[in-house]
Design a protein around this ligand. Structure first.
Ligand code: PEP
Ligand code: MN
Length: 338
């Protein structure tokens, strides 16, 4: 249910409606728009009669929201969400590049990559300190030591940090080190983790579960939004199919329906989406054409020596070439490369 307020409704009117909603045991989510405010209602609405809200001062109408993802959907929130970090903005017509190694490997290497990215005009570095690996015998990431390295790299270069949170136990440490907290594909339906990041003050990058439908993905985002964190972006990273030509099937066809259904920015990860470095640049360009808001890319000065995901990691020269082509194509496609 959505309570649409009159153009001239006062803040007092809005507060009174929100209070009435809370008194019914429901949650009120004021959604200020460009012309008027609406108040979204979540909770078990079947048990109460919200119609009495219709006669309150300042209320224009009550609108039934049919989609199960009330806060992630466009019905209650028609305007696109723009996510802000201290370094840059995701959404709002920008095409944002986030790049870096799969894993934090050492301070020297992470600084080298961050400095290269800064010289390319990139403001956000991706690098995992905690790595979700299929085998328990593979490199698991540097853990807390990796987070300390990321903090130093941020202090030294000013680059923003995107890093994965895998476990609620590490929530505070990751929130402290990150400018954007990544939730990986394997944790898209880890509800304890989603609730925890819903309480955080930092933006969240929610990867699509490798077999998640659009609805399941948006319901996962809903957990974070319902917790109070509105700074959520979605990241398509490939899904499982019958194909045997790439690691995953990068589902670029999800971008238009996702943008029609949700106001959240959509990023694409062609590195995990293809699993092969030669396929990354063409799919990165296709992501821009499909209407995405940016990319998450794995890069390394020497991909063959990367501690994880080397096969899908591009080198600096390939990144520079790709960035130049994206720069040429962005204005044609109505986006600003950032
Ligand atoms: C990653 O970004 O390095 C990663 C582990 O991604 P995903 O969760 O998509 O596999
Ligand atoms: Mn990786």
């Amino acid at each position: 249910m959505l309570v649409v307020m009159h153009l001239n409704a006062s803040q007092q009117n809005i507060d009174a409606v929100a209070k009435a909603i809370e008194s019914m045991g429901l949650q009120a989510h004021p959604l200020p728009g460009s012309t008027r405010t609406a108040i979204g209602i979540t909770g078990n609405i079947t048990a109460v009669d919200p119609n009495r809200l219709a006669s309150m001062e300042g209320v224009l109408e009550l609108v039934r929201v049919t989609r199960p993802y009330k806060l992630a959907g466009r019905e209650m929130h028609p305007d696109n969400t723009v996510v802000k970090t201290p370094q840059t903005t995701v959404g709002g017509g920008n095409f944002t590049l986030i790049a870096g190694p799969c894993s934090v490997e050492s301070e020297g290497l992470t600084v080298e990559i961050a400095e290269f990215l800064k010289s390319e005009g990139v403001h956000l570095l991706r690098a995992g300190a905690f790595k979700p690996r299929t085998s328990p015998y593979s490199f698991q990431g540097m853990g807390r030591e990796g987070l300390e390295i990321l903090k130093k790299v941020r202090a030294k270069t000013g680059i923003g940090i995107v890093t994965e949170l895998m476990d609620t136990e590490e929530a505070e440490a990751v929130e402290d080190a990150a400018d954007i907290i990544q939730i990986g594909t394997r944790n898209m339906q880890n509800y304890a983790l989603l609730r925890r990041v819903g309480k955080m003050k930092k933006p969240v990058l929610l990867k699509r579960g490798m077999s998640a439908t659009l609805e399941e993905w948006l319901m996962a985002a809903e957990y974070i939004l319902a917790g109070g964190n509105r700074q959520v972006m979605l990241c398509e990273r490939g899904v499982r199919t019958f194909n045997d030509h790439s690691r995953n099937t990068l589902d670029l066809s999800v971008v238009p329906p996702l943008q029609a259904t949700s106001h959240l920015p959509v990023l694409i990860d062609p590195s995990h989406g293809t699993g092969k470095r030669a396929y990354v640049p063409p799919m990165a360009l296709a992501s821009l054409a499909a209407g995405a808001d940016g990319l998450l890319l794995e890069i390394h000065p020497n991909p063959d020596k990367a501690a994880s995901d080397g096969l899908q990691t591009i080198d600096f020269a390939t990144f520079t070439k790709l960035r130049k082509t994206l720069g040429q194509l962005s204005p044609v496609l109505g986006k600003k490369l950032s």
